[in-house]
Design a protein around this ligand. Structure first.
Ligand SMILES: C[S@@+](CC[C@H](N)C(=O)[O-])C[C@H]1O[C@@H](n2cnc3c(N)ncnc32)[C@H](O)[C@@H]1O
Length: 279
């Protein structure tokens, strides 16, 4: 059941949003990507994302993957270890991953790239609306739980740039604009409390603003709910692609949904791949 998309504002996108809250939101999402509940989960959101890469990107080792609104890394560390683990076993070149964001989480990215050498990052802010081409290898741009942040004009520009300058793109969303997802959205309040307990237990600011004054859980709930109202259907993404006015005849598009924790968590994807004669 769908209603018109509403381009409301999220707290995490506001310039006045304190950095501790923004980083709490980013880390909560990264941990959600990796959540696996025994006897319930079909892998995690991140392992489902790996499957989508393997199913739809031909010759996956020929790509550099640019994570455009990377936050705290989202699924990228898992994508790197799973995809490159398989490529290494086959004697193929590893994929290089690059993290970027308008608000770079450098401390976290440094920690990731020290552990995983095929992941690097851009230290300075990169606006998704003006992304340069990275290097000579084929480029795949990934938009993890972020495409809904952009209004139609910006989103069309982002897709236009991907079609003109990159070789593939993948949009992943975990929210949908439907009644069930909106009703379940308050559950992220409890997820935010859990994240504070486990990963911010030594931060007095996070403890105070979670358990005394619940700003962090409320902020994440509000942003999660607004995300539901802003998420596009696959048909809406397709019509933005048509809006670009570009020749899409060399591109193939795939979309779908993977259930991770029924009925609460699913991964929606929209993939575009440019045809290359050597694939
Ligand atoms: C909901 S978070 C998703 C983070 C991460 N991709 C994940 O899945 O865990 C959205 C991210 O988009 C970033 N962002 C918002 N507007 C942006 C823009 N114009 N350009 C680049 N990044 C942007 C925010 O800083 C934030 O890290």
């Amino acid at each position: 059941m769908f209603w018109p998309r509403l381009q409301l504002l999220e707290i995490g996108d506001q310039p006045w949003c304190p950095s501790w809250l923004h980083q709490h939101e980013q880390l909560s999402l990264t941990k959600l990507w990796n959540l696996q509940v025994p006897f319930w989960s079909h892998g995690s959101l991140a392992t489902q994302a790996c499957k989508i890469f393997k199913e739809h990107l031909p010759n996956v080792s020929s790509y550099t993957v640019l994570d455009i609104c990377a936050g705290s890394g989202g699924p990228t560390p898992v994508l790197e270890s799973e995809l490159n683990g398989e490529l290494e076993a086959k004697g193929k070149a590893p994929i290089q991953f690059i993290l970027s964001d308008l608000d770079p989480h450098v401390e976290e990215w440094e920690r990731i790239s020290k552990k995983q050498q095929n992941i690097s990052y851009i230290e300075t802010p990169v606006d998704a609306r003006a992304v340069p081409r990275m290097g000579k290898k084929k480029e795949c741009r990934i938009f993890n739980i972020c495409f809904h942040h952009f209004n139609d004009e910006d989103a069309t520009g982002i897709l236009k740039s991907a079609i003109q300058s990159a070789d593939s793109f993948i949009i992943f969303e975990v929210t949908t604009r439907d009644v069930g997802t909106c009703i379940c959205s308050p559950l992220v309040f409890f997820w935010a409390c859990f994240v504070t307990l486990v990963w911010f237990w030594n931060s007095p600011v996070h403890i105070f603003f979670t358990f005394i004054l619940p700003v962090a859980p409320l902020g994440i709930w509000i942003d999660g709910f607004i995300s539901c109202l802003r998420t596009r259907t696959n048909e809406e993404v397709r019509s933005l692609l048509d809006e670009t006015g570009l020749d899409l005849s060399k591109w193939t598009f795939y979309s779908g949904t993977r259930t991770v924790q029924w009925p609460l968590l699913s991964l929606n994807y929209y993939v575009g791949v440019k045809y290359q004669s050597n694939d």
